[in-house]
Design a protein around this ligand. Sequence first.
Ligand code: NAD
Length: 251
Amino acid sequence: MDGIDGGVAIVTGGAAGIGRATARRFAAEGASVVVADIDADGLTGTVDLIDADGGEAVAVETDVSDADDVAALVEETVDTYGVPDFAFNNAGVEGSSERLTDQSLDDWKRVIEVNQTGVWNCLTEELAVMADNGGGAIVNTSSIAGLSAAGGAPYVASKHGIVGLTRIAAAEYGPVGVRVNAVCPGVIDTDMIDRASEGRGGQNIDRVVQAKPLRRMGEPEEVAAAAVWLCSDDSSFVTGHPLVVDGGYMA
Ligand code: NAD
């Protein structure tokens, strides 16, 4: 993909699943990658995989819900590789799938703090340095739950919020050369889906996707390809867009 080689990318939630696959894809395309997560062991695993592939990456333990942690992440990125050209704000938690009135206020706060405030914390730090540097490209991970009622209430609200943040950031920072988009994955085969499946009493999510057009779950690498494309010059006229990567789930 054009324009990734030689750039600097931040990937949050990079210790597993979609984030790990995207960190690896950025590195394979020639970017230096700063991989951030709360899971130290998973971070080491991602950096080891990138090393083994001959890529360049470092790990920074970061809780995206903590503004100071995110400020330190961006500072460390600038110190290590320079101002980031790309950011994939992807860390997230699923919350419970119970009905709205059965949800707890604590679960609401936790999901909003990680998913929505986490993206807010990343955007505020990344946009500032990218704008000063003359441009960049950011992708936030929303979900089909950011466009429909596909999940528990806190998760659906947080993912709709990410689409809103994506649109306002794109509108305000397009004039200074920063593009901001979102990916909206459908059901992707990661640990999150395993946990969500257990939370639904072991209901086989595979059966749900069998009723959808492509008849299968997506792979993390399929979301990674979309996220890196949205950061590349190949999508140079795309901004403010929530890109559905769902095997036709929403169709
Ligand atoms: P995952 O659980 O495999 O990965 C999520 C990662 O985020 C983990 O490594 C976890 O440690 C990290 N994380 C959690 N809280 C964090 C915090 N406070 N700070 C930093 N890192 C934190 O799940 P995944 O499926 O790869 O999910 C990645 C993103 O994709 C999430 O935002 C999720 O909501 C979204 N998503 C996933 C699916 C799916 O079907 N898997 C569908 C739509 C959207």
